[in-house]
Design a protein around this ligand. Structure first.
Ligand code: NAP
Ligand code: MG
Length: 452
């Protein structure tokens, strides 16, 4: 059995990819169990050096990986190059972990007490289609660094970079069976990661709906799970902000990756006293957002991932109050023009994750109103606050219930800082200095020193 991978910018089929069954997953997990024991037994420096060699292989094949992502996901080439480089950086960053997974020595009577960070064993990683290689690396790099083996399931729509990264792992010298990419459907391969007794931890990134069912199934087996789910993040613009700067930054905050970004600032909240002025500044910025051929160096936004997804995104705009739109190519490919809609807080466009280039705009009156509106959603992943007041920036960033916020910036992802959501946006954190520890269990050992 196989499935067809399609270039979303042209609609043309590019490759057939195998669909694994449960037996194939079980074989990979059995190999991973064996490989993990040997891997965890290596000297810390040997594991560090193996991960550095893997990072170098990714670096050396960065252009190839970027081109694959352009063809499979329609990401603009400049973004895809950033993504490939990011994977290598994440591996390099966590290659420091094997030598730094430091436990504690705790004062006790009658002996010596020490804690160890023990790897889980085999970790199952389930990845969505929006950022195929970067999101995979956020789990596999720290998991491997902590002494685990990894089985990785990319989304059926976007398996190509993950498959190549799996080959590069072997070519760079990682042991056979330690890191296996398994293509197939979520309901078969992903579900088997959840139910397999030898997969001891699951990392799931995807929709809140599937995430909740994955977590419920993991709970029955007492299997720990990290969830990175959806978002409906607010971009809050106060009257005292640098309005020109905030308006110029707004298209990128929501239309990057055609809005198929869990951190997209898809709700723009603007203080009423500058609401009209801000929309005047925003309109030309949206018109100037360059949508088109992802292979062009200056393209800022490519197509949506599939025809079905384009239909879903369009269904949100059909009955909405459109303020203005940018441009997009017509013809083959799953194109959708950047769209700005006016909304009320309870509207479907203001509450549900659209995962496309649609920005919902709402006015607010004062700081308390802004905080209330920002928190008026089931999600809590990211968000931005634009203000020239230091005190307001601090107050509002502490009051918005989101995992990743930025003030006078739209930055969300730095591999050196923690990433993840509150509320319906997830459980647990990825990236940052502590991520490797999240792939370990603490063991406490007491050594009696009393003389016999
Ligand atoms: P999805 O439908 O939930 O799928 C995510 C992954 O789970 C895919 O690999 C999918 O496989 C697999 N899957 C589906 N059903 C499964 C099941 N019953 N058991 C185990 N695995 C299963 O999400 P998506 O449509 O690909 O991605 C979009 C969503 O991801 C958005 O909601 C977005 O916000 C979220 N996201 C969150 C983050 C974050 O870090 N917070 C980052 C990126 C995306 P197949 O599709 O191959 O069948
Ligand atoms: Mg899906």
């Amino acid at each position: 059995m196989s499935f067809t991978v399609v270039n979303p910018a042209t609609g043309v089929a590019i490759r057939e990819v195998a669909r694994a069954d449960v037996a194939l997953v079980d074989e990979a997990v059995a190999r991973a169990v064996i490989a993990q024991r040997a891997w965890a037994g290596l000297a810390p420096l040997a594991r560090a050096e193996a991960l550095r060699a893997f990072a170098r292989a990714i670096e050396q094949h960065g252009e190839e990986l970027a081109r694959l992502e352009v063809a499979n996901s329609g990401h603009p080439i400049s973004s895809a190059r950033w993504e490939a480089a990011h994977v290598a950086q994440v591996l390099n960053y966590y290659s420091g972990s094997p030598e730094r997974l430091i436990g504690q020595q705790i004062p006790v009577a009658g002996g010596l007490d020490v804690t160890f960070h023990e790897p889980y064993g085999v970790v199952g990683v389930i990845v969505p289609w929006n950022f195929p290689m970067t999101i995979a690396s956020w789990a596999f790099a720290p998991a491997l660094a902590a002494g685990n083996a990894v089985v990785l399931k990319p989304a059926e729509l976007t398996p190509l970079t993950a498959l190549r990264i799996g080959e590069l792992a072997l070519e760079s010298g990682l042991p056979e069976g330690l890191f296996t990419v398994i293509t197939g459907s979520g309901s078969v391969v992903g579900q088997r990661f959840v139910s397999h007794p030898d997969v001891r931890k699951v990392v799931f990134t995807g929709s809140t709906e599937v995430g909740v069912s994955v977590a419920a199934d993991c709970a029955r087996l007492l299997k720990p799970v990290t969830l990175e789910l959806g978002g409906k993040s607010a971009n809050i613009v106060f009257a005292d902000a640098d309005l020109e700067k905030a308006a110029a930054a707004t298209p990128g905050s929501v239309f990057d990756n055609a809005g198929q970004d869990c951190c997209a600032r898809s709700r723009l909240l603007v203080q009423r006293s500058v609401y009209d002025r801000f929309l005047e500044l925003l309109e030309p910025a949206v018109a100037a957002w360059r949508v088109g051929d992802p292979e062009r160096e200056d393209t800022e936004m490519g197509p949506l991932i599939s025809a079905a997804h384009r239909d879903t995104v369009a269904s949100f705009v059909d009955d909405a109050r459109v303020a203005f739109r940018g441009a997009a190519p017509t013809g083959d490919g799953f194109w959708f023009a950047p769209t700005v809609v006016l909304a009320d807080p309870g509207d479907r466009v203001a509450q549900q994750e659209i995962f496309g280039p649609v920005l919902t705009v709402m006015p607010f009156d004062d700081e308390a109103d802004a905080i209330r509106l920002a928190n008026d959603t089931a999600f809590g992943l990211a968000g931005s606050i634009w203000t020239e007041s230091l005190g307001r920036g601090i107050r509002v960033s502490r009051a918005v219930r989101s995992g990743v916020l930025s003030v006078n910036s739209h930055s969300s992802v730095r591999y050196t800082t923690p990433f993840g959501g509150m509320k319906a946006s997830g459980l647990g954190r990825e990236l940052g200095p502590d991520a490797s520890e999240h792939f370990t269990e603490t063991k406490n050992v007491f050594y009696a020193t009393d003389a016999p």
